[in-house]
Design a protein. Sequence first.
Length: 284
Amino acid sequence: MVIESDAVPQNPIADFEDFLKTFEGVPNDFKYRKRISEAFSKTDNHIDVLFEDILNFNPTLANYLRNNPEQALKDAVESFKNVLRIDSGGQLDADKEYFVRICSQNNSCEVKLRQIRAKHIDKMIYVKAIVIRSTPVRPEITVAAWQCPLCGTIQQVNQLVGKLKPPHACSNTNCNNTKDFQINTENSVFIDYQNITVQETPEELRAGTIPQVQSVILLHDLVDSVRPGERVKVMGILKTFPTEEGPGKLSAICKTQLMANSIEGMEQSDDEIDITPQDIANII
């Protein structure tokens, strides 16, 4: 378990970098320094890190990662890139996005689907479940380029999750247009997006209860990595969004999505109970 504390590392990027450079899986074996060198040789843009290793190395850093995961993951990525630069001679691909994938070996941060609560919003949690459905992989726009219909000026607007957000006004100071902007796909930025739905495993259900389900968002290289019927382990950030009661009316009751940071199939040793084709049919 992570020690509960409000303490925040004074320099988390330096702390993550220290961890990546000096953590020893076994004496004199620098586990992540070796993995980063391998990632460089294979031109990989990600590295898998065990949460328990961070916890053993620096409990304050682990607690920061669990309670402030969005910023902590950005700090971890910067540290990853700093170490990569050592192998690359100071040069990194400016067009490539880099990721630190957090995994778990001892079920740290685990939360049962049925026990997800408001206190877990914006926190990093770990769940085990069965995939019951998945959408096709689709492009998601993260930076939208909008073209003014009057003067043709193109301006980029960062997009949040949800509806597209157009600019309030044309960025051309000689143009007064404030409406009818059109998306320019050539200058927009897209990423791969997939939504899967996971459900409690049969052995977790109490008699007479309906299985709990959770929407999970997969982005970038995580898309198309699991299939319906597979048992999976997901580490991610729980996000919440208001639901619409009608046009322009938002409800105070929110829905949740788990933004996956890592996802992997469960080995038989992770779960001793076999699931038969009939079990899968009943779940679906």
